[in-house]
Ligand binder design. Structure first.
Ligand code: BYC
Length: 474
């Protein structure tokens, strides 16, 4: 169904035919707008921003670009088209009709999954709300706001499901999504990473590369769901997510390129010399990468998870790209894990495959993360330097799962807590690294101009030049 922009809430779910639902969502809409004004991007609400708005839910549905003030962005409800032939693709109900309504026994568990997904969306907007003032260019400023409005729309996607399928409980959950706040000591966001502050653009690029990529894998898993409306909404969210990861990938690429330019100009790899020239040395890039990668790994949950096993068994949440697997039951198979033995060493354990689904998804995620590193390292290699960026071990600095609270070095070798504390400043941004990165953060608002710590992008947005005035301040 095409998107209806005439309604107060744009949608392709024929919202007008369900008056009760429409009214409930129209009641939530001003609460969302209040939240946006209070906790969305600070101080840029009257700027005209060159944004894309979905015009249809197919791959070419991004035709509309234009200047919009963010509070006027048309947040709405867009689900991928329904496939009447779609069958459950995995688990105990494999091959049966997908569900258009939720079977009673899965109500609370599905609600929990949808709330957890929904909670991350406004959380990220809150985390990024101060970055507008320190954008390295108007191009980057526009990308930040594009990401922010789309995360707002992803919140709408989950709120629609809560309102449409969970009755009063769902409406209450929708309210609470605006009441929890990132980093709030009393009402924090649900998942750890979404309570971490993002004060600088290096962190923003790492977040959009690593944490939005968790979003990609979680949405892919939910896009497999037997609950068809969830699958359809997540399928469409994935098309928006791709741009967010592009922002992270190219952002880090440009930081590395600028660093290499300075290294070449000065003929040195000395981090202090690179900093003196106002660029970001590669060891500092590595530390920020270690921080956000390890934090994002926690978002996949425990290596051994009975929750994950029951999500899979019941068809609520599959593996990303489930169709690529030969066997969709995952019964009678096991998965080998190397776990801490509690005595500073390792032990091997075989667990039922269904209980290992979080680890399976985390593995696919790590492989995907590596692609960016290969590209960035190729840049370094090309100019003849031997430094390489790398992903730390998946055991490093974990707070969730079997490795939570186990001290390791970045290669995953268990070490004592004393050694970890003594060396963590080598592996993670220490106070002086953070102070240096923050010292670089000054807004650059002249079209085409870039901050000194980042190279320009290869091209602009929607065939516009890099020096296009992507954000018009007033
Ligand atoms: N922090 O069996 P376990 C995105 C909780 S990002 C705090 O280990 P399970 C985006 C867990 O909730 C994608 N708590 O894990 C990106 C459970 O608590 P309850 C977001 C955590 O349940 C950028 C307990 O530990 N989407 O879209 O198998 C910008 C034991 O659970 C954490 C989703 O996450 C953590 N890191 O899997 C914007 C999809 N990890 O329930 C947006 C929906 C686990 O016992 N969520 N816990 O109180 C899920 O599928 C699952 O909840 C998880 C955890 C994969 C997160």
């Amino acid at each position: 169904m095409s998107i209806n922009y005439q309604d107060r809430i744009p949608n392709n779910v024929d919202l007008g035919s369900n008056r009760t639902l429409q009214r409930a969502l129209e009641h939530w809409q001003p609460e969302f707008l209040n939240w946006w004004q209070e906790l969305g991007p600070r101080d840029f609400q009257v700027a005209d921003v060159y944004l894309r708005t979905a015009t249809s839910v197919d791959a070419k549905g991004w035709a509309t670009y234009g200047f919009v003030r963010m509070p006027d962005y048309r947040w709405g409800i867009f689900l991928a088209d329904r496939d009447p032939e779609r069958k459950i693709g995995f688990g105990d109900f494999y091959g049966q009709e997908v569900w258009q309504q939720i079977p009673g026994e899965y109500r609370s568990i599905l609600r929990r999954l949808i709330v957890t997904q929904g909670d991350t969306e406004p959380a990220s907007v809150e985390q990024q709300r101060m970055l507008g003032h320190t954008a390295p260019s108007l191009y980057d400023l526009r990308n930040l706001f594009q990401v922010n409005v789309e995360e707002g729309r992803h919140l709408w996607a989950m709120v629609y499901l809560l309102h449409a399928y969970f009755g009063r409980d769902g409406r209450e959950e929708a309210e609470e999504l605006l009441e929890r706040h990132s980093g709030d000591a009393n009402k924090p966001r649900i998942l750890g990473t979404f309570n971490e502050p993002i004060r600088d653009w290096l962190s923003f690029f790492m977040f959009t590369y690593f944490t939005d990529r968790d979003g990609k894998f979680q949405l892919k898993s939910l896009a497999e769901s037997s609950f068809d409306p969830l699958a359809r909404t997540c399928s469409f969210m994935l098309t928006e997510e791709a741009h967010h990861m592009f922002v992270g990938d190219t952002g880090i690429n440009r930081v590395v390129r600028r660093s290499l330019e300075v290294m070449k100009e000065l003929g040195t790899e000395d981090p202090q010399a690179i900093r003196n020239a106002g660029a970001i040395d590669l060891p500092t890039v590595q530390k920020y990468l270690n921080f956000w990668f390890s934090s994002s790994l926690d978002l996949f949950g425990s290596e051994t998870s009975s929750n994950a096993a029951s999500y899979f068994a019941n068809g609520l949440k599959g593996r990303p790209d489930e169709a690529n697997y030969e066997d969709h039951m995952a019964v009678g198979q096991s998965y080998g894990l190397e776990l801490p033995d509690g005595k500073g060493g390792l032990k091997s354990e075989e667990i039922p495959m269904r209980n290992a689904m979080n680890e399976v998804t985390r593995g696919s995620y790590v492989t995907d993360c590596e692609l960016g590193l290969k590209r960035w390292n190729r840049l370094i290699e090309k100019v003849g330097y031997s430094y390489r960026l790398s992903l730390p071990s998946t055991r490093f600095r974990r707070n969730i799962g079997n490795w939570a609270g186990v001290s390791t070095d970045t290669s995953g070798r268990p070490i004592t807590l004393e050694e970890f504390n003594a060396r963590k400043g080598e592996w993670l941004p220490n106070e002086s690294d953070q102070a240096y990165i923050l010292s670089l953060m000054h807004g650059v608002n002249e079209p085409g101009k870039m901050a000194a710590w980042i190279a320009p992008p290869d091209r602009g947005i929607n065939n516009n030049p890099v020096d296009y005035e992507y954000v018009k301040m007033h």
